[in-house]
Design a protein around this ligand. Structure first.
Ligand SMILES: C[S@@+](CC[C@H](N)C(=O)[O-])C[C@H]1O[C@@H](n2cnc3c(N)ncnc32)[C@H](O)[C@@H]1O
Length: 185
């Protein structure tokens, strides 16, 4: 099968497979913000094998793709806190959340604020393509690098047990793994 997602060409899928391989055969719930043509959702549907795994996607508008039974898609703006909470109530808590949506600071920050608490202990919250914030000719992404820095600065208060910032040419990923507790009140 050919998956129409840039995660394959830019090499991110290799990073994801390394990260997520312990979850491949477990029953999990995964949420991806940003569906576009649905290629990554279809990829997750093939990759994660447990029959009761649930794959949830949200986007401003939905592609006309026939998704399988394990995939649920929603029209939702990542600025819409109530909409995000309604999805989390129905399908959370999540083992994995990937924000591959707007890549604007405000939206990305809103999602993180609303949804990081909806990640299970040991689960992953991933912010993809945050290095768009370095692009001088696209000021709309300004603030994304600062957002990652701000989250890192707050690690002692947030329940983050592990984090990794991957930045290579055409490839940027930041993941934050949920721990039991923060280590500073
Ligand atoms: C990079 S594409 C997603 C690609 C997909 N995850 C994949 O790997 O194939 C980004 C998507 O985010 C969506 N998006 C942009 N702003 C958004 C917002 N405020 N709320 C929800 N989705 C948004 C766009 O409509 C677009 O489909």
């Amino acid at each position: 099968m050919v998956y129409d997602t840039d995660k394959i060409d830019n090499g991110l899928m290799e990073n994801y497979k390394t990260l997520f391989s312990p979850l491949q055969y477990k029953k999990i719930s995964i949420l991806e913000v940003g569906i576009f043509k649905g290629g990554s959702l279809l990829y997750w549907d093939d990759y994660f094998q447990h029959p009761e795994t649930v794959i949830v996607g949200l986007d401003l508008s939905l592609p006309s793709v026939e998704f399988g039974d394990r995939i649920q898609v929603f029209e939702c703006d990542q600025n819409d806190s109530e909409g995000l909470q309604a999805i989390a109530e129905q399908y959370g808590p999540f083992d994995i959340i990937i924000d591959d949506g707007s890549h604007f600071r405000k939206e990305t920050e809103n999602c993180f604020r609303e949804l990081f608490t909806e990640v299970v202990t040991g689960g992953y919250y991933v912010i993809e393509d945050w290095a768009a914030g370095y692009w001088r000719d696209r000021p709309m992404y300004a603030g994304m690098v600062d957002l990652i820095n701000d989250i890192v600065a707050r690690i002692p208060e947030l329940s983050i047990s592990e984090s990794r910032i991957i930045l290579e040419k055409n490839k940027a990923l930041a993941f934050f793994r949920k721990g039991e507790n923060g280590w500073r009140e």
